[in-house]
Structures are given as C-alpha cells and as structure tokens.
Write a protein that binds this ligand. Structure first.
Ligand code: TYM
Length: 334
C-alpha cells in the first residue's frame, strides 16, 4: 500500500497490433480503476517482447505507439504511473534474483510456454521459458495488491503469488502477495472466426479474426459481418452457441448493457441485425480512442517527455523493493 491506497499494476507487450480484446480485457478496466482509490501503475513490457525477433527500429516504434494508445484510451499520467519496462533496470535485476527461487518444474507447466514453443519451433529461447519470472518481478517490485488482466494471464499470476509466498516464507514480508482482478465481462474475448481460440493481437493467419483498436469503422463493420455465428438463429448466451455468445459479450461490454438486457433486445431479430448492432457498439466505443490517437501522434515530443517522467517515477518506487530483496538474499546494497 502506498499512502494507504492499494496498488494496481498491469502491463502489455508491444507486440502485434493492440486489439479489441486487449481493450476490453485490460486497458478499459485500467482506465476505470485509475479513477478509484488506487495508486495505479501501467507498463509497456518491452523486455518481454524480446522473446521474439523484431525488425530494426520496430520495437522502439511499437513502444511509442502503444504508449500513445494508452494515453488515447484515457490512461492519465497525472493519476497513474505509465512507463516502459526496459527504462527501469530494477525489473531485470529482480527477475534474476527470483529465477533462483523458481523451479524448472513450475515453469514447465506454463501453458503459454508450451503454446508459444509450438508456434516458434525455431526460436525456443530461454527467455520464453523464464518469461513468467520476469512478469512476477514486474508485479512484485511495486508491492502490488491487484493485477487487472484477462483470463490468459491467470496462470502466470498464480506463479507470481507462489514465488512471493516462498520468498516471504524465507525472509519475512518482502513482497505483497498480489491478486488478480478481472472485469465481469470481456476477460476472454474470442476470435471472430473461431470461438475456440482467443482473439490475439499477434494473429497472423487471418485478420478477420481480430478487431484492432485502430481499425476504421468500415473495416470493423466488414469484420463483424463476416464473423461466424451459429445455425440456431437465436441470440442467446449459451455453451452451445459459442460464436454468438462471444459477440453478445462484446456487445455487452462495448455498450455497457447486461447480457440479459442484450438478449431481450435481440430477441426475434436476425443475425444480420445483431452483427450490425455489435459493429456499431464497437465503432462507438473505439471512435474517441482513434481520434485522440491521431491527435497525440502529431506530438511525439510530448509523448517522449511523459515516458521519461513515468520511467523516473517507476524507478524510484521499484528501487525500494529491489533494495529489500537484495538485502534479503545477502547481496550488498549501495
Ligand atoms: P499481453 O500483452 O498478451 O496482453 C495484454 C492484456 O490483454 C489481455 N488479453 C485479453 N483479454 C481478454 N481476451 C483476450 N482474448 C485477451 N488477449 C489478451 C491479457 O490478459 C493482458 O491483460 N504477460 C503479459 C504482459 C505482462 C504483465 C505483466 C501483465 C508482463 N508483465 C505484469 C500484468 C502484470 C502479456 O503477455 O499480456
């Protein structure tokens, strides 16, 4: 806790193109939470992104673009600390310390490691394996109470909790043990063409699976028109209708209506009407973000200055926990 306020921490990789799933599952919740009684910290986790290869200059461009998108979405540097992970060296330092307190067996069980190794057979680097420890370091460095994430990050967060408890068991209360926070809706947005797969910003097979946050309205409409539905021709939230349920969930999150209100609204209406309404709700939701992004992009110096300030503030906070952890394991602290 900082000044008696609970600490919220979350991060996003600057890989792929941020999607509607990232917005509904993460960024939108972050924006809402920063207005409550929390101290919130949000990172662009570029060290995590080194587990895959990037063309020259690409990563720096993506970091700046994602920072701009965070601001455009309503993350407010007056209310939150918003920074880029690699500009705060404490992350890599604490990650190494924690790696020595994490077991190979634990890391081998991570489903994302298994999935990512299958996808990148020619580059299964050690970073991909130890990635969850770096994520634990991110969270633990700031004495985080709550971590707003989508369902896909829960296993990583569980590992962070285990490592924190193990470390505290040995050395006393060094780290706050964090808890996951998930929005009631939008924590697992699925692909528009295959509702068994999550919507992913690094999707490369078919762009029709994914709505990107900066997609133009006509592109959004087209993608929803092509979205898979079911054969039942009713708009109901049920396990037997995963594609329709996913669209209903998107509609509900985008238009701030409950699932049951949405079901009643679409009762007796066809899939054509339904998909058009989902598209419109998402266009409305993302329109202000796209407009602010365009404005902010004209002022890169402003964005750079905010990034620098965010990194300085994060460095100061992270240093406190890093010193505690170093002392605990018997390292000399300057
Ligand atoms: P990343 O960059 O893959 O995703 C960022 C956030 O978006 C959420 N998300 C989704 N939510 C709902 N439905 C989906 N289909 C969907 N896809 C992605 C993710 O759950 C996440 O909240 N390892 C993390 C980044 C990270 C991090 C951290 C997060 C590094 N350190 C510390 C929290 C705290 C990742 O790769 O997220």
């Amino acid at each position: 806790m900082l000044n008696n306020k609970k600490i919220i921490y979350s991060g996003m990789q600057p890989t792929g193109t941020p999607s509607l799933a990232n917005y509904l599952g993460a960024i939108k919740n972050w924006v809402d939470l920063q207005d409550e009684d929390y101290c919130s910290i949000f990172a662009i986790v570029d060290l995590h992104a080194l587990t895959i290869r990037h063309a020259d200059g690409d990563l720096q461009r993506r970091v700046k673009s994602l920072y701009t998108l965070f601001l455009a979405s309503g993350l407010d540097p007056e209310k939150s600390i918003i920074y880029c992970q690699s500009q705060v060296p404490a992350h890599a330092e604490l990650a190494w310390i924690l790696e020595c307190y994490t077991y190979m067996g634990e890391l081998s069980r991570m489903t994302q490691f298994k999935a990512k190794s299958q996808k990148n057979e020619d580059n299964i680097n050690a970073g991909l394996f130890t990635y969850p420890v770096l994520m634990a370091a991110d969270v633990l460095l700031y004495q985080t109470d709550l971590v707003p994430v989508g369902v896909d990050q829960l296993q990583h967060l569980e590992l962070a909790r285990d490592v924190a408890e193990r470390f505290n068991g040995l050395y006393g209360n060094v780290f706050t043990v964090p808890e996951a926070y998930m929005g009631k809706i939008g924590a697992k947005v699925m692909s528009l063409q295959d509702p068994t797969k999550k919507m992913s910003k690094t999707e490369s097979d078919n762009v029709n699976n994914v709505i990107y946050m900066l997609d133009e309205p006509d592109v959004i409409t087209k993608k929803f028109k092509r979205a898979l539905t079911d054969s039942e021709n009713t708009v109901k939230f049920s396990e037997s209708q995963p594609a329709v349920s996913n669209l209903l969930e998107i509609y509900s999150a985008a238009s701030q209506t409950s699932i049951s209100e949405a079901e009643s609204f679409f009762d007796g209406k066809g899939y054509g009407f339904f998909k058009q309404a989902v598209a419109e709700s998402v266009i409305e939701l993302l329109k202000p973000v796209r407009e602010r992004y365009a404005d902010l992009s004209k002022n890169p110096d402003y964005v750079d200055a905010l990034m620098k300030n965010g990194a300085n503030r994060a460095t100061e906070l992270a240093g406190l926990t890093l010193a505690k952890a170093k002392e605990s394991v018997g390292l000399l602290v300057l």
